[in-house]
Design a protein around this ligand. Structure first.
Ligand code: NAI
Length: 358
């Protein structure tokens, strides 16, 4: 059996730190195990274009392992050519880099390691909300420059207490964000999701569901995006929706870059319609050097909390998604049933309700 994994190259850091498991150097820690069973294991970061290792080896691979951090984009066109492909495993959470409808058509199963990094992301969301609301980045940059002018940063710094915070998507991550925000004594916690939280969960976090998206964003001081990317969420936060945000609201997106319109967000930050935008996900990864989200600033020179895609790939998370990937492979190789929560596309099509209402 040929197993193809598309991972990013970690370089010196990955050689020094073996717990960087999601790299081409450390290979999710499964090479020895796979080879001892006689399987072929190809690992590469080369993923773009017809001559890439990705496209070359996809032609006869039976198993494809990818990560959202360095996504091998498996389009419908590539799926046509992957004649031997049976199963795609996402080492992490979020399988939008795979054309899921094409996977259904070709009978290819898609699994992810559900829950493996949801705490990692929820913590990053709370940090990102705080760094925007408290105007942290410009304050730190001032210190690095050798300057000290408190008023320049205090003029745009607020408390989170007393603000309205809402999440688009209240699944594993969205719910954990609400849980973590509760002790901050926000004025209100809101959520927008076609699936209502179970009663005990909404009681625990005291979150109110708002069913209309424009109505929802118009009530929030902070919006955090925690839903998967699919047909129903691509470009969801666009120029039209941004008009309905409170002027000077903050937006945090660690879900997927393409859920927010690139140009509309940059323009909203520049004009001050958004006081800030923060997150780790980009519409193309790696993000090009001239991507406007790298440089956008609000009229007071702050409001940018962007980082590379790493919130869900802490060393703790990598241990969990590497172990989860191996366990999915073991089930596949021994014909055992998969954990239901990991199955996005099963033998009969979509098994999750999280990738859009069908
Ligand atoms: P989940 O499946 O537990 O929850 C997703 C929730 O979004 C569900 O409640 C679903 O009903 C809701 N949803 C789907 N479409 C929606 C829509 N149109 N409007 C409102 N809500 C909608 O997934 P989980 O674990 O919470 O992860 C969510 C997403 O976060 C992943 O799909 C992935 O894209 C992203 N993620 C990002 C990571 C990072 O490192 N930045 C790491 C892990 C996940």
């Amino acid at each position: 059996m040929k197993v193809l994994a598309i991972l990013y190259t970690g370089g010196e850091a990955a050689r020094q730190e073996p717990r960087l498991l999601g790299t081409t150097e450390n290979q999710l820690g499964i090479r020895e195990w796979l080879e001892s069973q006689g399987h072929e294991y190809i690992v590469s970061e080369d993923k773009e274009g017809p001559d890439s290792a990705f496209q070359k080896h996809l032609a006869d691979a039976e198993v494809l392992i990818t990560t959202p951090f360095h996504p091998g984009y498996l389009t419908a066109e590539l799926m046509e050519k992957a004649k031997n492909l049976k199963i795609c495993i996402t080492a992490g959470v979020g399988s939008d880099h795979i054309d899921l409808n094409a996977a259904v058509k070709h009978g290819v199963e898609v699994l992810e390691v559900s829950g493996s990094n949801v705490v990692s992301v929820a913590e990053h969301v709370v940090m990102s909300i705080l760094l925007l609301v408290r105007n942290f980045v410009p304050a730190h940059e001032m210190i690095e420059r050798g300057d000290w002018q408190v008023s320049d940063v205090a003029r745009n710094a607020y408390d989170l207490e007393g603000k309205v915070v809402g999440t688009i998507g209240a699944g594993r991550i969205g719910f954990r964000v609400l849980q973590r925000l509760k002790p901050f004594n926000c004025k209100e916690l809101l959520y927008f999701d076609y699936a209502a939280l179970p009663e005990h969960a909404s009681k625990e976090v005291e979150a109110r569901r708002v069913e209309d998206l424009k109505d929802f964003v118009s009530q929030c001081d902070v919006v955090t995006v925690n839903c998967p990317l699919h047909e129903g969420t691509r470009g969801l936060v666009n120029a039209e929706l941004l008009k309905h945000f409170k002027k000077g609201a903050w937006l945090v997106n660690t879900a997927r870059g393409a859920i927010c319109d690139r140009e509309a967000v940059a323009a909203a930050v520049k004009s001050g319609q958004l006081n800030g935008y923060s997150g780790d996900v980009w519409n193309v990864q790696p993000a090009p050097k001239d991507h406007p989200w790298r440089y956008m600033k609000n009229p007071l020179g702050g409001g940018n909390g962007m980082v590379p895609h790493y919130s869900g790939t802490t060393l703790d998370a990598q241990a969990r998604y590497a172990a989860g990937t191996r366990s999915i492979l073991e089930n596949y190789l021994t014909n055992k049933p998969q954990e239901p929560q990991n199955v996005i596309i099963g033998k009969k099509g979509y098994e999750t309700k999280a990738y859009g209402q069908r």
